[in-house]
Design a protein around this ligand. Structure first.
Ligand code: MN
Length: 199
């Protein structure tokens, strides 16, 4: 259904889980579901359909969900797509390993409908349907200004100074990252007599 705002790709070999997710998504006006039964065809479908989110089983025939995630992350076409793991491996170390590998989120089976919908909405917020980044360079008196403008979810004004602290992460942000990027950017700018500001 090309009329729906978002596309979710679900890579899963278990028919019962496929059916449950189909039922949940059927109630959503904004999400169109496409599916693949194994990691390699999931990767190929991701490259051709460019979904907004991918939901990935871990134990799959052929390559594992971890290997499929690696293929997606290594491909410039799909590297930006958040991939949520959905796995029966539910030990804390499984979850840690999943998040460390770069999954946007790690959900465990059996599927809990509220947790599942929250995770989807969170991932959709994180990557708007048509993400855009604009770079502008301008001269302001004696100062050169580089502006970076994006249409991401934004940072609440109360958080805007704190995000420059090393290792600080905005609460609720489940994306991967060290929390060092902005701290390093500010330090680098100050070494050349500049500054970094968030508007
Ligand atoms: Mn499976």
């Amino acid at each position: 259904d090309g009329g729906k705002a978002h596309t979710l790709l679900y890579v899963e070999d278990n028919p019962a889980n496929l059916m449950l997710v189909e039922e949940i998504i059927a109630r959503r006006e904004d999400i169109c579901l496409i599916t693949a039964r194994d990691g390699l065809s999931g990767f190929e479908l991701a490259r051709s359909a460019l979904p907004d989110i991918i939901l990935m089983d871990i134990n799959l025939p052929g390559i594992s969900g971890f290997k499929a995630l690696k293929l997606l992350a290594d491909d410039p076409l799909t590297v930006h797509i958040p991939v949520i793991a959905l796995s029966a491996n539910a030990m804390p170390r499984d979850i840690e390993r999943g998040l460390a590998a770069g999954f946007f989120n790690y959900l465990t089976k059996p599927i809990k409908i509220n947790e599942f919908t929250d995770a989807l909405d969170n991932a959709l917020k994180y990557t708007p349907a048509r993400g855009e980044v604009t770079l502008r360079l301008r001269r302001d008196d004696q100062t050169t200004v580089i502006e970076v403008i994006d249409n991401g979810p934004g940072i609440p004004s109360a958080e805007r100074e704190r995000v420059f602290d090393s290792f600080y992460r905005v609460p609720g942000n489940t994306g991967t990252g060290s929390g060092l990027g902005l701290a390093i950017a500010r330090e680098a700018a100050s070494r050349i007599g500049g500054s970094v500001r968030l508007d």
